[in-house]
Design a binder for this molecule. Structure first.
Ligand code: PMP
Length: 443
């Protein structure tokens, strides 16, 4: 068992980073601000389910880079694909045969994708689905759900106003109020609120955008009938339905949430979105995004149509070849069953430990992903997640980190299993959590 209280090299690097890089990090979610501050851990190397930091400490990784690293770090198939791509030249500015292979793999797994486009991030993918939906419908407004994160483009960094049916307010400085007014935010799993919003703004609404299974305020399933009602109501008002599957794509099975049928899960496959955004896992750890959907909608995109979207790096051979290698590996039999079994073992161990020490903990698990909220109420909406105890999470996060278990530094983020994790890793994690719960119970 590691004892990682002191990380002098990380602290020194953080000091230095803050002189050069804003906040010392290249994405705010990497800072430890939400868990009490201080130096984030600077990692030196990842292999399989493990990280080693710059001070030489080893960690079991449940961050998985916020989702993409489903095969574990430096999986040999992905590494080989990247090395080959590098040897062949990393960027051409021309089409390549690899893009066709990859597009048809995605289409086969997610049949609603008549046509796709590759971009460089989930943010770009989502941003473009919105533009395309607006181009197609000739309308400007978007309805989204509170707590769902859709990247950092202006339109989706907008929070709800004070009531359930008010126009949005910017969630970030630098977003014009006029843009925020094009966005309506309603609570997840709340069809009545959606109906209210559509009654008022339905004729101006280009699209209803949703994470069909939420990954951004914990892992949260839609309640039975929610997605079906959402699709029906949106379409009744002539609005498109956009699924943001940046997290959920290839996370729970070889496909997306929209193709997720059986296995005890609701029959998502009965309803199809008009447009879908993808990212994370489909790049095998390299930068990527993709969007796609119905042919007549996608054909509004340049060069066929008037909606412009482009990218110097889009469809670059390295990301595409890494993505192909990743998906081929995920397609092998038993992969998702393994992720499910590992996460189930972890869930049971965490729940048992928390119960034994009297620590209130709500665990939501879907396949190989789970979330832990320190509270005794269920987590079905962002409001539920906001009410979970952030200070307790921060304590738990640090107690786990000191024992070599790496979680995301936020009470809202999920834990992701990879195919590189073993039962022994999970058991080590459960033992560490048990000690953490014991310490928390005493405090
Ligand atoms: N959509 C969802 C559901 C996400 O979780 C994220 C990132 N966490 C994004 C979009 C944005 O993706 P990216 O960070 O690649 O821009």
């Amino acid at each position: 068992m590691s004892d990682i209280r002191h990380r002098p090299r990380s602290e020194q690097l953080y000091e230095e980073a803050q002189r050069h890089i804003v906040g010392g990090v290249n994405s705010p979610s990497r800072s430890f601000k939400a868990v009490g501050g201080g130096a984030p851990v600077f990692m030196a190397r990842g292999q399989g389910a493990y990280f080693w930091d710059v001070d030489g400490n080893r960690y079991i990784d449940y961050l998985a880079a916020y989702g993409p690293i489903i095969l574990g770090h430096a999986h040999p198939h992905v590494t080989e694909a990247i090395c080959k791509a590098a040897a062949d030249g990393t960027l051409y500015g021309t089409p390549t045969a690899h893009e066709n292979v990859f597009a048809s793999m995605l289409k086969e797994a997610i049949p609603s994708l008549d046509k796709v486009r590759f971009v460089n991030s989930g943010t770009e993918a989502v941003m473009t689905t919105i533009r395309v939906a607006r181009a197609y419908t000739g309308r400007d407004k978007i309805i989204k759900f509170a707590g769902c994160y859709h990247g950092h483009s202006d339109l989706v960094l907008v929070a709800a106003g004070s009531g359930p049916s008010t126009l949005g307010i910017p969630d970030s400085a630098g977003i014009p109020v006029s843009i925020a007014h094009e966005v309506i935010t309603v609570p997840f799993n709340d069809l009545a609120a959606l109906e209210l919003a559509l009654d008022r703004w339905g004729s101006e609404t280009a699209a209803v955008m949703v994470e069909p299974i939420v990954g951004n305020f914990g892992m949260v399933m839609p309640e039975p009938g929610f997605l079906e009602g959402l699709c029906r109501m949106a379409r009744a008002h002539g609005a498109l339905v956009i699924y943001d599957e940046v997290i959920t794509g290839f996370r729970f099975h070889f496909g997306a949430a929209q193709t997720f049928a059986g296995g005890g899960f609701p029959d998502f496959a009965a309803i199809e979105p008009d447009l879908t955004a993808l990212g994370k896992i489909i790049g095998g750890g390299l930068p990527i995004g993709a969007y796609g959907g119905r042919r007549d909608i996608m054909e509004r995109v340049a060069p066929l149509g008037p909606a412009y979207q482009a990218g110097t790096m889009a469809g670059n051979p390295a990301s595409i070849r890494a993505g192909i290698a990743c998906l081929k590996t995920l397609r092998q039999p038993g992969v998702y069953a393994k992720l499910d079994a590992l996460a189930s073992r972890l869930e049971a161990g965490l729940a048992e430990g928390a119960r034994r020490h009297g620590v209130p903990l709500t665990i939501n698990r879907i396949g190989g992903a789970l979330s832990t909220h320190f509270c005794d109420h269920p987590i079905r909406s962002y409001e539920d997640a906001q009410r979970a105890d952030g200070d307790r999470f921060a304590r738990f996060f640090r107690l786990m980190l000191e024992q070599g278990i790496c979680l995301a530094p936020s009470k809202y983020e999920a834990w992701f299993l990879t195919i590189a994790h073993t039962e022994a890793d999970v058991d080590e994690t459960i033992a560490a959590a048990d000690r953490a719960f014991a310490a928390m119970a005493q405090a």
